[in-house]
Design a protein around this ligand. Structure first.
Ligand SMILES: O=P(O)(O)O[C@H]1O[C@H](CO)[C@@H](O)[C@H]1O
Ligand SMILES: O=c1cc[nH]c(=O)[nH]1
Length: 314
């Protein structure tokens, strides 16, 4: 719609946090009608969503299906959760091959794929799932990976503010021919509690900082090693140094949408990502697989600690 693209001022996001049963802000969703959650192969008619999900209190998202399975297995141990004898964890979304969904007591572990479009779809469906289930006081976490800026690879960065590729703290969504802007605000209390839950005995550093969220892994993040590149190494370094000086500690591809949607929905949330490399030193991720696996467990350790403290589990 060329010539018809007004920028709408930021929405009045829900200022109040969700309290009581999960609400959704879409009057078109009628609980008396069937609502198909297509990408996770569930519906409020084909499944008893209340029975399955009403007790959910924490939803943990991450890009990769196998990481989120491992996280679910980790939570079985951490929560000392009793699986029915002879049974293993089951991917509740097995009827679709788009995302995985595991439930361990009050914790859901969900994959979101790569990038904002993929995260956006699963976010809508998980929110509707919790609405149909009547879940209440639910928190959301993203446990991911990222490229670090001036920090030791393997460092865990907890996001204080998510910004886009040109440092704007809101997500733009083209809707009905308009560019709508949604502020990407994260809960500062949850951030502080998560940072405080790291201990000097941890074998890794946990820090806080701004997270840049881009729409691309290569040129969007100023890499020199994509299939295209129309800038020089000096341009890349000038860009990375500029954003580093503005407080950006890591770069990934979902935090902006995650923060904006959680804020819009009034859900307390946090983004916790490990850094896989220092982008001031290079672009390629060539760390051995076993080391990378261990690094990816670090955000999980921090979030598990937080969840256990909220549940009163020592
Ligand atoms: O490790 P995850 O959670 O997928 O996150 C990061 O890794 C992917 C790129 O390799 C992007 O999705 C980025 O945000
Ligand atoms: O550099 C990186 C590493 C992981 N994920 C990203 O988006 N960028």
């Amino acid at each position: 719609m060329a010539g018809f693209n007004p920028i709408k001022a930021p929405e009045d996001a829900v200022v109040n946090q969700q309290q009581g049963p999960m609400q959704i802000l879409n009057p078109n969703i009628d609980i008396d009608e069937e609502d198909v959650l297509y990408h996770i192969a569930l519906s409020n008619r084909s499944h008893d969503l209340k029975d399955m999900f009403q007790d959910v209190k924490f939803v943990c998202f991450g890009g990769s299906p196998s990481r989120m399975k491992k996280f679910a297995e980790f939570m079985v141990k951490e929560l000392r959760y009793k699986l029915v004898a002879g049974q293993s964890l089951c991917n509740i979304a097995h009827g679709s091959d788009r995302y995985v969904l595991y439930k361990v007591g009050p914790v859901l572990s969900v994959s979101h794929g790569m990038g904002i479009p993929s995260l956006s779809i699963i976010f809508h469906e998980i929110l509707k799932l919790l609405f149909h289930a009547g879940s209440s006081d639910v928190m959301f976490f993203r446990i991911g990976t990222s490229g670090g800026l001036g920090v030791e690879p393997g460092t865990v960065v907890i996001t204080e503010e998510a910004v886009d590729g040109i440092l704007r703290p809101y997500m733009e969504v083209a809707t009905l021919g308009m560019m709508l802007q949604y502020p990407a605000v994260l809960d500062q209390n949850v951030l502080k509690e998560l940072v405080a839950s790291s201990t000097p005995d941890d074998h890794f550093q946990t820090i806080r900082g701004k997270t840049m969220c881009t729409y691309d892994f290569y040129e969007g993040q100023g890499r020199l090693d994509g299939a295209f590149c129309d800038y020089k190494k000096s341009d890349k370094m000038a860009f990375l140094k500029r954003i580093y000086e503005r407080g950006v500690k890591n770069i990934e591809m979902e935090s902006l949408c995650f923060a904006a949607y959680c804020h819009r929905a009034g859900i307390k949330s946090a983004v916790i990502c490990v850094t896989l490399l220092d982008r001031l030193q290079g672009d390629q991720i060539a760390t051995p697989h076993d080391i990378m696996e261990e690094w990816q467990s670090r955000p999980q350790i921090i979030v598990a600690r937080y969840i256990k403290s909220k549940l009163g589990i020592i």
